[in-house]
Design a protein around this ligand. Structure first.
Ligand SMILES: [Cu+2]
Length: 272
């Protein structure tokens, strides 16, 4: 059966269903729900197509790399989280671990991602673990790869509810997953499908948060405790690189990668 025939069949079935439930609901409400469903049915193939815009795997023989260090212009005080729930497991307060900055002002947990890479080496088979551990997410910042999996764990003997949502700005997000983990050592696996920067939150504990950058290509990294990162085996060319940190914000840099060479990309954030 062709897709349009299937949709026509759905349309007919929906019409019959709407006639039936009209007696239960006000007609106006039914119309709205029906129109909403119709719009979703028509838009769905386009939405699915947009999500799976393919990354092309090619042999990268003489690729280049991007290598650098992310720093802060000075020390920044890490906020302290006040905890007023499940204190027996979570403690009374905890460091936010938002600003993990070395004595030399090197910044950990900065996401460095090469944007819109059309082709390159294969995506690593690296699933991304997000653990609920003493009412914090571990790790707090991670890269995930579209096509791999999220492995979401609860190491605590209390209820956590992990949600992932694409950050839309101004405190808004579009939910990708919303997963209840009531039991200790519970594990839920989900495919990484939606690309982009996502916030991980817990509905039960408002202070819990983490960030995952879901990448369509293998070319994304998180800085270590020396603020260092390295992104290897890029095809030569010009790229835009996103540098993002929870507290410092975001900057985009233009980078040119040359065959067999390492291009330096350093950045210093200043806390506003
Ligand atoms: Cu929680």
């Amino acid at each position: 059966m062709a897709i349009w025939e299937l949709r026509w069949f759905d349309f007919q079935a929906a019409t019959v269903y709407v006639k039936y439930i009209k007696v239960l609901l006000k007609e106006e409400t039914v119309k709205k729900v029906f129109l909403g469903a119709l719009v979703i049915m028509l838009l769905l193939p386009a939405m699915v197509f947009a999500e799976v815009k393919a990354y092309e795997v090619v042999d990268v023989k003489d690729g280049g790399s991007i290598k650098g260090k992310i720093k802060s212009s000075g020390p920044v005080k890490d906020p302290v989280l006040e905890i007023k729930k499940d204190e027996n497991v979570c403690g009374k307060s905890a460091p936010a671990n938002m600003y993990i900055i070395s004595g030399a002002n090197e910044v950990k947990n900065v996401i460095v991602a090469v944007e819109d890479v059309a082709k390159g080496k294969a995506i690593p088979k690296t699933d991304t673990v997000i653990d609920n551990q003493k009412c914090e997410f571990v790790p707090i910042v991670a890269v995930a790869y579209v096509g791999d999996k999220y492995i979401i764990k609860n190491s605590d003997p209390i209820f956590h509810n992990t949600s992932l949502g694409i950050l839309l700005g101004e405190g808004k997000k579009r939910t990708v997953y919303n997963l209840a983990l009531p039991n200790k050592d519970q594990v839920i696996e989900k495919p990484v499908k939606v690309a982009g920067l996502q916030i991980v939150q817990c509905d039960a504990h408002a202070w819990m948060r983490a960030f995952v950058y879901a990448s369509k290509s293998p070319y994304a990294a998180v800085t270590n405790d020396k603020g260092d990162f390295e992104i290897k085996d890029l095809l030569p060319g010009k790229y835009k690189v996103k540098i993002w940190h929870e507290g410092f914000g975001e900057t985009i840099k233009d980078v040119e990668v040359k065959a067999g060479q390492a291009t330096a990309l350093d950045h210093t954030f200043t806390k506003k």
